[in-house]
Design a protein around this ligand. Sequence first.
Ligand code: FES
Length: 112
Amino acid sequence: MPNVKLHLEDNKFHEQEVPTNSNLVVLAGIKQLPHLKYGCGMGKCTRCASKILKGGEALNEPNWKERKMLGDKLDQGIRLTCQLTISEDIELTQEKSVVKIGIQYSKSVNDI
Ligand code: FES
């Protein structure tokens, strides 16, 4: 089972194992993964945006929703957690100081 380490504000973190091929937003939605921020679960709101610190190479390729909503943020290791399937250990953060999604992405929400 993959290990998920979620960095939180103030140098805290939450760590737990999740079933292979999990979607972390789905787990958060059924209260099996605390602390993860999320919204729509459909790649439209960017509230689940996370910077992948380790394990990004094992993730699925960004889909069209991530490319549309994140643009060049993808090159900085930012992903939409709701669009990821977790099959290997991963370390990520949603800290505001690290994950900055600009207003231009909010505009894209209205386009979908
Ligand atoms: S939860 Fe809305 S984009 Fe991921």
